[in-house]
Write a protein that binds this ligand. Structure first.
Ligand code: FES
Length: 270
């Protein structure tokens, strides 16, 4: 059992949990994820690790309560426990010293999983520019954490209520236009956003990585549930990813697979 030590409500449907998981915290690296089950009948929910504290033995998970399982999770409180937590899973982010300027993009709740990557990149001696995008100011999350993990943070909101009015690609284009030499872009967020980022960097040949969060079941490469087409290869996000070359990912196929269980999810919620 994994005890919830801290619960915060970040915005109406978005929750922050600090969870006692010393063995996972000890091994967790930027880019990795866990799979949890709230109870015996619960479905397996993959969540990217938003933070980890090796000394305290805790990991931080940020999630949006949109489906039946995440609503059950959101109903838990400090002191309650989660039945299963498996991880860290997936490959860690490729981080090297002195790669240059890295642009870390977090769209919506993607700011949380991109946070340890930005921090890891900065700790390795890279110059980190982070772009955080939200629909409106009041649903922007992880701003303080991203400020601490980055050399520069640019916020965009769709409605202009904070930062630059526009999308994360608006800010990315500004960084490109001011002549910044970008060694790599890492983007995490809604699939449409990641696809737009991939299109924005393609013509400039800027290496771009996205972190995919498709439907997962076992998380060990056995079930095929998380398969995604990357160039000519069929990859399993749980063991080959979750990060892939954005210029090769078949985003349309990924979106079609994500829509496959919409009806069942609706029924489960109802
Ligand atoms: Fe089953 Fe990846 S979740 S193969």
């Amino acid at each position: 059992m994994f005890k919830i030590l801290k619960k915060k409500v970040l915005s109406p449907d978005v929750f922050h949990f600090d969870i006692e998981a010393p063995r996972i915290a000890k091994k967790a690296e930027p880019g990795q994820f866990i799979i949890l089950r709230v109870d015996e009948d619960g479905e397996r929910v993959p969540l990217t690790i938003a933070d980890f504290d090796r000394e305290k033995g805790t990991i931080t998970l940020i999630f949006q309560a949109i489906g039946a399982s995440t609503r059950l999770l959101a109903a838990l409180n400090e002191g309650d426990s989660i039945l299963d937590l498996v991880g860290p899973l997936g490959k860690k982010t490729h981080i090297e010293p002195d790669m240059g300027t890295i642009v870390c993009i977090g769209g919506g709740n993607g700011a949380a999983p991109v946070h340890p990557i930005a921090r890891g990149m900065k700790e390795a001696g890279n110059h980190v520019i982070s772009i955080m995008g939200a629909k409106t100011k009041d649903i922007l999350i992880f701003e303080d954490e991203m400020n601490a993990a980055s050399d520069e943070v640019i916020v965009t909101t769709d409605d202009g209520s904070y930062g630059i009015k526009g999308f994360v690609t608006t800010a990315l284009q500004q960084i490109i236009d001011r002549g910044t030499e970008i060694a790599e872009v890492i983007a995490i967020g809604p699939v449409v956003m990641m696809r737009s980022v991939a299109e924005a960097t393609r013509s400039y040949n800027i290496p771009t990585v996205v972190s995919l969060n498709p439907i997962m079941v076992d998380g060990t490469g056995m079930c095929g549930g998380c398969r995604v087409q990357v160039g000519d290869d069929t990859k399993f996000a749980c063991v080959d990813g979750p990060e892939f070359d954005a210029h090769k990912v078949d985003f349309n196929g990924l979106m079609a697979r994500q829509r496959m269980y919409k009806e069942q999810e609706k029924d489960a919620v109802e």
